[in-house]
Each structure stands twice: as C-alpha cells, then as structure tokens.
Design a protein around this ligand. Structure first.
Ligand code: IMP
Length: 423
C-alpha cells in the first residue's frame, strides 16, 4: 500500500497527466491539491485525446474517486464546461468529489488578471489569464468566496456584496474598467451552482477515511516546482504551492499519509510565460524541440520556450519535494539530435554554482555549464524494455540518475498510455 504524489519537477507541462493516468490504474482515489484551470493535462486513451484542466485524470477510470481538494481554485464556468465535455464523451462523473472549502474564481478575478498584466506591460508575468492569482489573493486577504458559500443563496449574496464593495473600487479607480453587479453574477452562476452542488463534500474527511481503509491515494500535481510561490522563480510563478508540501494544506491530510513522491521531468526543459530560464535555446535547436515535442500550451496555446535539461533545477526539485524517484518523459523527442547537452552547474561571475539559486532573476547572469553527450538515431517510441533502448539513450538516463541521486523508474517514450518503460 502506498500513497503517492505526482509532482512537476520543472516549470509545468512535464507530462504529469500521462504519468498520473498510468499510475492511477492501481489507485483508488486521484486527487488534485492546488492550482485551477491554469493547468492542462493531456491524456491519450486508445487514440482518444482528453485535455483536462481541473478534473483529476482518474476520472477516465470508472472505478476511481476523483477529488478536488480545498487548495484548488475552481472557476464554476470552466468546471461545468469540463464536466459536460466529459459527459458528452460518455465519461461518468459519479465518482467526482469537490471540496467545500475550495475557493471560487469569480468574473472579477479573471478581469483583474488581464488588467493587471496589461498594466505591468513589459514586466508582465505571462499568466494564463484564468484569474488564478487574484483568486488566491482574495483567499489570503480573507475576502474569498468558497464553494460551500455558493450552496446557500443568502450567504453567497452577502459575501459577494462584500467582495464587490472592494473589487468595484479597484476596477473603477485603479483600472478604469467597468464595475460588476451582484445580481448579474448571481444569475450567471446559478446554473453552475446547480450543476456543481451534488458533488460538494468534506473531502478531507473522505480522504482520511479512505486512508484508514487502506485505500490507495494519488495526489496529482499541477504546474511545477519552479512555479511554486515559495520555491519557484518568484515573481514569475503561480500563486499556489504545486510542490509536495501543498498536498497537506491543499487536501487536509497529514504528511504521514504520504509514502512516495514522484517528480515528473521532461528529458529537456520548457516554460511558458516570462521569467529566467538559464538553459533556454533561442535558436534552431529550441525550434526543433518545440516542433518535435509539440510544445504549445494546452491551456493557452502559447508556444513554450525550450532548452536543455537543467540538473541544478532537478536537484532543487528532489530536495524541496523529497522526491523518491523521477518519471522521465518525452525522451523520444531527443532522438535525432547528434549531441545532447545537460547543464550540470552555472557560472556566476567567477564562481561555479552547482545548486539552483533560491533567488534567480533574469538580469542576474547564471551561465549554464554543460556536459555533452552523444545522441541516438533509432526510433524509441515502440520500446517497452529498458535494455532495448540505444546505448546512448541509456547513458543519458543513467547520467541524470547519477547527478540527481534518485532513480528514473518510468521512462515515457511517447504520448500514449502504454508508451512507457518501467524499471
Ligand atoms: P497563472 O498561474 O495563470 O497565474 O500564471 C503564472 C505563471 O505560471 C505563468 O508563467 C504561467 O504560464 C505559468 N503556469 C500556470 N499554470 C501552468 C501550467 O499548468 N503549466 C505551465 N505553466 C503554467
């Protein structure tokens, strides 16, 4: 029996959806603990492609419970759209559970996200524009609206009135934007509330009861370690804790519930949005990785910035998440590259720095120090047995393991559920 966290070890988009989907086979519950519909998890089942933003990948298995914990922020409109989209494709929602304490993304959150990015101009974060940051801001400022509030009309109205007292001043005076009306929002949200309410419950209790009964729980991370508000490349981060620590606060289970933490990492590196990226390839190799790896955001369609694998980042991820193993994804994308580079340290002035600096800003020079490894030509997308991989691919994987000190137990060689090697 083991409860696992699947966490992104880089800047998100590492392929967590696929890895969770693969491992979920042996789980009883699959749980999202943070973030919102800024996430985009692509799962391919029998040539059918599912793009999930809020609902855990476990929903694709009929017998698993899919849980949205209290640390998630829920946009009711996006949630209902995703639920209906799944139902239209014959996926049952009978095992979906939504935390009463999850915060709700309101129309003013989305507006402020966009207006604030515009106000920032060149120094914008490059958010997904889904209202995530402003929703978490309201949560910590103690004026947020939670899922349970939606279920009681009087309470919803009272909280919304208070929230709008604040947000309308902000919209009008700071952003010179149109203000919002309580009645209009209530009217807009009514059908969403009706759709969501049967799924709302005390998910902390549900998870702890399941744990007592020895059921197996999978916590599905969204975003990635370097987008963590505390351990990422602040301020170019999201507003939650995608790192493993976020599981406890985001779902109401204690740390002793967790056995393993799997860090999902691409065999190279990508990021969307602004912020520092020492190994970024602003050249034809960056284009090559983007084209071959289809590196375009699932949520926003934006082209992802691409670069070589960065070991100091992975060592940071191992440390702050307590990773027990990695799942290495998209190694097939490297096929055909004659010489593959791996950043093992940075040159910072005269100094060689082997650890990821906790304070990294774009204008502070951290020059990657690279090791170069010969690539391979063979198509590896059909390989299921580690020994069948080309020698150079094995050498690349084993060097990564040596540098970060933990094993790669899953190696993904293509997007399909079965395109993976297990060791
Ligand atoms: P926000 O989460 O929309 O506020 O965006 C903050 C930063 O996190 C931006 O750089 C986004 O591109 C990035 N981000 C948020 N969610 C994801 C994700 O699921 N994958 C990759 N990047 C993300």
């Amino acid at each position: 029996m083991s409860n696992k966290i699947v966490v992104g070890a880089q800047w998100g988009d590492e392929g967590k959806g696929k890895i969770t989907d693969m491992l979920a086979e042996t789980a009883d519950l699959v749980v999202r603990y943070g973030g919102g519909n800024n996430a985009g998890h692509t799962v391919i089942v029998d040539d059918e492609k599912f793009e999930l933003h809020l609902i855990p990948s476990g929903i694709l298995y009929e017998d698993k419970k899919s849980v949205l914990g209290g640390g998630v922020v829920i946009d009711p409109e996006a949630m209902v759209e995703e639920m209906e989209g799944l139902e239209d494709r014959g996926i049952s929602l009978a095992n979906l559970y939504i935390s009463e304490t999850a915060h709700v993304i309101m129309p003013y959150h989305r507006m402020i996200d966009a207006l604030e990015e515009k106000r920032k101009g060149d120094s914008k974060i490059g958010t997904t524009g889904k209202g995530i940051g402003p929703c978490y801001t309201d949560k910590t400022a103690r004026r947020g609206i939670r899922i349970a509030d939606l279920l009681d009309e009087g309470r919803f109205r009272a909280k919304l009135e208070k929230a709008l007292d604040y947000h309308n001043v902000l919209l009008e005076k700071v952003y010179d934007a149109k203000t919002l009306k309580v009645e209009e929002i209530i009217k807009q949200y009514q059908p969403y509330i009706e759709k969501l309410s049967p799924y709302v419950t005390n998910t902390s209790l549900l998870l702890n009861e399941a744990h007592k009964q020895n059921q197996k729980i999978f916590f599905e991370g969204a975003q990635g370690t370097l987008l963590d508000i505390d351990y990422g490349t602040y301020p170019f981060v999201t507003s939650s804790n995608p790192t493993a620590g976020g599981v406890c606060t985001g779902t109401g289970v204690g740390p002793t519930t967790i056995d393993d933490v799997i860090g999902v990492t691409k065999a190279y590196l990508t990021r969307v949005g602004a912020g520092p990226f020492p190994t970024e390839l602003d050249n034809e190799w960056g284009e090559y990785l983007r084209d071959k790896g289809h590196e375009f955001g699932v949520t926003t369609g934006r082209p992802r910035r691409c670069g070589w694998l960065d070991i100091p980042i992975l060592k940071h991820a191992v440390r702050v998440n307590g990773l027990t193993e990695i799942a290495l994804t998209k190694i097939d994308v490297l096929t055909g590259i004659e010489e593959i580079k791996v950043c093992t340290a940075y040159k910072h002035g005269e100094e060689i720095v082997e650890e990821f600096p906790p304070y990294l800003e774009s204008e502070i020079p951290y020059e990657p120090v690279y090791e170069k490894w010969p690539g391979w030509e063979e198509d590896i997308t059909g390989v299921r047995d580690y020994d069948q991989l080309p020698e150079n691919a094995k050498r690349y994987i084993e060097r990564i393991e040596e540098l970060i000190g933990i094993p790669a137990r899953i190696i993904s060689v293509g997007p399909g559920r079965k395109q993976a090697i297990r060791r």
